[in-house]
Write a protein that binds this ligand. Sequence first.
Ligand SMILES: [Mg+2]
Length: 207
Amino acid sequence: MRYLFIDLDNTIYSPEDIHFNHIKPFADFVYLLIENDLNVDRNDFYKNFISFSLGELFAHYKIDIESFKNQFPKNRFFKDELKISPFSGYKELKNLSFPMFLVTTGLKEFQEQKISSLGIKNDFLKIVIDDPVFNPIGKKKAFQNLLNEFNLNKKDVWVIGDNPHSEILAGKELGLNTVLLDKKGKQISQVTTLQSLSEAAKFIKNT
Ligand SMILES: [Mg+2]
């Protein structure tokens, strides 16, 4: 049996499919936290907001997590319906019928909305959201917790993701099998790099 630890953003679907208007209220909220301290051009900020992870954004603009938490609104940020779909290869991965776990980093509210829009919630034995603000656990700890909770053998676990510094690094450090997805096929030493989920499904099935 094989067990799959799968990343969400840019692994199961393309974040480029999320229209900026959808995240603009959230971007504006973060911008308000920094605009008094720094002379940051709003459009430059928007560009960074799209390309940075939340953790990178906090570091770049020296955003204090406590003030972010205190001012985070109680009502939902992401009101409009999100319309995103999984990459075509996702079905091939799912059809392998290996137990799957979703481990994703991001704001819980937003990640849950993506999962709901993608219609993938029931595909996973467990979903772990590593929320950098409200529940920061990190991918390595999240993986270790899953290994313990489900009593998994490391050699049976495959980590699939697009970020060599996040899930792939965590998987390597724990001695798990890893598959890095890179659309351009950029190779990294000591890491199996494939271009799509479809290729990953074939590779894991035949390895
Ligand atoms: Mg990702």
